[in-house]
Structures are given as C-alpha cells and as structure tokens.
Ligand binder design. Structure first.
Ligand code: HEC
Ligand code: HEC
Length: 237
C-alpha cells in the first residue's frame, strides 16, 4: 500500500482542524448549496453560513442521524466507509456538505437514479441529522499499489500546483493540503475510492454533474489527468 502524507506537522494540523469541527455534538448545517462566492467567505470566516447566504440553518442531531442511516448501510458501510469502489465514503466528510448533496439529489440538481430513491422521503431535518452523524465518524484511509505510484505522483503535481496551461487552480486550495476539505462547501476527498473520484470528475467534465467551479476545473483536464488525480487523492490522508 502506498499512501501520501505531507510533513507530519501539516497533516496533524489539518486533522486537528477537522476533528475539532466534527467533535461538536450538534453541527449546524445549511440545507442549501451555497454559491462559490458565499462558500469562499464562509470558508474564510465561520463554518456557519447563515450570515453569508441568508439561508435557514438547521441543527442536526447525530443520534437521530445514526437511526436514519439504517437504509444507507448497504452501500455506504456500517461505519460510513463504503465497502466497494463505486460508492463514496461518507465518514469524516466536512459538516454541511452531505446535507447539501442530499438536498441536490432530492431536487434533481444532482442526478443519480440510485440516490434519488433514497432521498425522496427525507426532510431537511433528516438531512441535517445524517450530516451530523456522518461528519462525526472517522474517515477511511485509502491507498494504492506500488504499480500505480508514478501515475499518482503526476496527479499529485496538479493537486498541489494546479495546471498552468489552462489556468487551473491547485485543488488543495479548496480541498485542503491533505484533502480533508473545508466546511461547509469544499468536500473532503482524501481516501475516497479512485473509481468514485474518477467518475465524478468525468461527470463534472461532461456537465452531467453540475457545479460552476468544478465544471470549469474538470473541463480543462484530460481523461488521463483525471485518472492520475483520482489515484493520488485516493491515497492522500
Ligand atoms: C443502493 C446503494 C446506495 C444506498 C442504499 C445509498 N446510497 Fe448514497 N450513494 C450511492 C451512489 C452510487 C452514490 C454516487 C452517486 C453519484 O455518482 O453521483 C451515492 C452518493 C451519496 C452521497 C454523495 C457523496 C459525495 O461525496 O458527494 C451522499 C451524501 C449519500 N450518497 C448519502 C446517502 C444516504 C444518507 C443514504 C441513506 C439515506 C444513502 N446514501 C443510501 C449509493 C447508495
Ligand atoms: C475554487 C475551489 C475548488 C477548486 C480549485 C477545486 N475544487 Fe473540487 N470541489 C469544489 C466544490 C465547491 C465542490 C462541491 C461541488 C458540488 O456540490 O458538486 C467540489 C467537489 C469536488 C469533487 C466531488 C467530491 C465528492 O465527494 O463527490 C471532486 C472529486 C473534486 N472536487 C476534485 C477536485 C480536483 C481534482 C481539483 C483540482 C484539479 C479540484 N477539485 C479543485 C471546489 C473546488
């Protein structure tokens, strides 16, 4: 297993920051997807986006979220870490992101035939509860094989430095140096299965998954760069 970690100090700081947020018993989430500008100002300020977006914040209850997660276990794992490569891990996700994505699946803003069925009956409170539960669990540490290492390192250059010819910003500027994300809008990527990451980046590239920031980022990347990035990120921790 190969894994990529920054200098121990940087990784420790990133992890502590995430743990601090996740350790709060009730997490305030915003059940609407913020625009990038709002997300940026949130990221710069507090995790609570209410002031910046004017959206209604709902406080999630992790225990209720745990109860509501019974129907999610088959695909996202009993501990929030998915048993197979097609399904994303939810454990350790930044507070706010899961509720926002569930709302997008429900409204059709993000389309997935499988998830559409599972979110149909959820209320905004259920989404906040599930968010509080999953964001408080420990995220998975992934890894790649030695044979995948050189491809992953090529992806790591883009992750850390961007891709100048097309003016693509470094991924770590929004997703964090060790891929742990920035609440509430910039998701944790570290440890997600490479197959899932690749599929999502291709969906942003084709426009099948809509997000103004990520559509622009992925549009300029080649399929090979996307594969390399997916490998690198899956081995980040
Ligand atoms: C039958 C399998 C299955 C079940 C059960 C399921 N999911 Fe999913 N989930 C998926 C798949 C597949 C995706 C990826 C969808 C895509 O490609 O956009 C996904 C994506 C997600 C995402 C987006 C994650 C991200 O990183 O963007 C969230 C959040 C999520 N599911 C939460 C849930 C919750 C909460 C439940 C239970 C109420 C649930 N899922 C039940 C298969 C499932
Ligand atoms: C300017 C900020 C920004 C930059 C730079 C950025 N991202 Fe993102 N990324 C986002 C936001 C915001 C989302 C959530 C979008 C949504 O709701 O669909 C996201 C979502 C993602 C997702 C989906 C995660 C999931 O769980 O489904 C992946 C994969 C991803 N980004 C990879 C990258 C990669 C690789 C790069 C660099 C090439 C990058 N991002 C650069 C802001 C950014």
């Amino acid at each position: 297993m190969t894994r990529f970690v920054l200098s121990a100090e940087v990784a420790r700081v990133a992890r502590v920051a995430v743990v601090t947020v996740a350790a709060v018993a009730t997490v305030t989430v915003v059940a609407v997807a913020g625009q990038w500008a709002a997300a940026q100002s949130n990221a710069a300020g507090a995790a609570d986006a209410t002031g910046a977006t004017g959206a209604t914040a709902i406080t999630g209850d992790a225990a209720a979220g745990r109860a509501a997660s019974a129907t999610c276990v088959a695909c996202h794992g009993a501990d929030g870490n998915s048993p197979t490569d097609q399904f994303p891990n939810l454990a350790g996700q930044v507070p706010g992101y899961i509720a926002a994505q569930l709302a997008k699946f429900q409204s059709g803003a993000r389309q997935d035939p499988v998830m559409a069925g599972f979110v149909a009956a959820l209320t905004a409170q259920d989404m906040a509860d599930l968010d509080a539960y999953y964001s408080g669990l420990d995220g998975k540490i992934g890894g790649i094989t030695p044979a995948q290492e050189s491809a992953a390192l090529a992806g790591g250059k883009i992750y850390r430095g961007g891709y100048k010819p097309y003016d693509i910003a470094a991924c770590m500027g929004c997703h964090g140096p060790s891929g742990h994300g920035i609440p509430p809008a910039f998701p944790r990527l570290a440890g997600q299965p490479a197959a899932y990451l690749e599929a999502q980046l291709l969906a942003y590239k084709s426009g099948a998954r809509v997000d103004p920031v990520m559509n622009a980022v992925a549009f300029a990347l080649s399929a090979q760069q996307i594969r390399e990035l997916a490998l690198y990120i899956s081995a980040l921790y």
